[in-house]
Write a protein that binds this ligand. Sequence first.
Ligand SMILES: Nc1ncnc2c1ncn2[C@@H]1O[C@H](COP(=O)(O)OP(=O)(O)OP(=O)(O)O)[C@@H](O)[C@H]1O
Length: 315
Amino acid sequence: MGVAIATDGLRRGYRRKRGAGEVLALDDFSIEIGEREIHGLLGPNGAGKSTLVKILSTVLLPTAGRAAVLGHDVVAETAKVRRDIGLVLGGDRGFYDRISARRNLAFWGALYRMNGREVRRRSADVLERVGLAEVADRNVESFSRGMKQRLHLARGLLHSPAVLFLDEPTAGLDPVAASAFRRLVLDTRAEGRTLLLATHDMDEAAALCDRVTLIDRGKRLLTAATAEVGDLLGNDEYVVFAHPDDRLAAALAGLPCVLAVTESNGNRHVHVGDSAGTATVLRWLLDHGVLDARRSRPTLEEVYMRTIGDRGMRV
Ligand SMILES: Nc1ncnc2c1ncn2[C@@H]1O[C@H](COP(=O)(O)OP(=O)(O)OP(=O)(O)O)[C@@H](O)[C@H]1O
């Protein structure tokens, strides 16, 4: 598998107002992302995710270092990079509300220098793919958030780019719309594209990404296969069970082998240091009538919380 995206020592500073120094949004950031990979970029607010996506999509210049997409330098070969990439942003940005979805795409097609016939053919194709064919002639202002997000994806795919950047694509979507959107994202990978997905949503990253990178204060903290990310926490194990009783969780937290008890999505996660601790906790839970407890490796969210810490709570 070839390399689709490569950065080497990438650095980007922003000058603060009134001569108060510089913010380093990216600091010696190096990474390689393979062709056909879905790569997740995770980090708290201000970590540098959007800055990286902007540099890779030729919207912003780096202060130092190099970045290339499909072997083309993002500074020296902007036109070639733009031909190969699509950008999918989240939120309401980026469309003319008072014209139809189809006319919005025609506008973008002209920016990509596609000819009229090609734009009509590709627009019909991508609108169909994202499930908007029947509403293609309605003004975008009448679209729900989920429909607008699918239109963002249609726009990103219009010129059939090999590499797609998605920046918070499901922010603000309800769970059904987000899940429909994720299925579309997986379809685009099945067509052979490479995807870089900046997100705050751990479940989304775990469900979609082959590998993930954690970034904080402009630095790359780790890159790992999503399925193996739990191994980064060494021998740590978790016992997971669903039980509403806070007193039971508090009693459990008092056991010497238990490091912490947290709650997520209605489940209790008991953090233990090793497999002996896991056995003790499973026995204790059985004795207290909890039958659904199971052993688990640290999840992506737990690795994120342990690596980035409390600041990650503010995402
Ligand atoms: N135009 C700008 N001028 C000055 N500082 C900026 C500018 N854009 C970004 N920054 C700063 O650079 C750092 C990285 O910002 P960036 O938007 O890349 O982070 P992010 O990880 O995308 O955050 P979020 O999750 O909130 O979108 C932050 O400290 C931010 O305040």
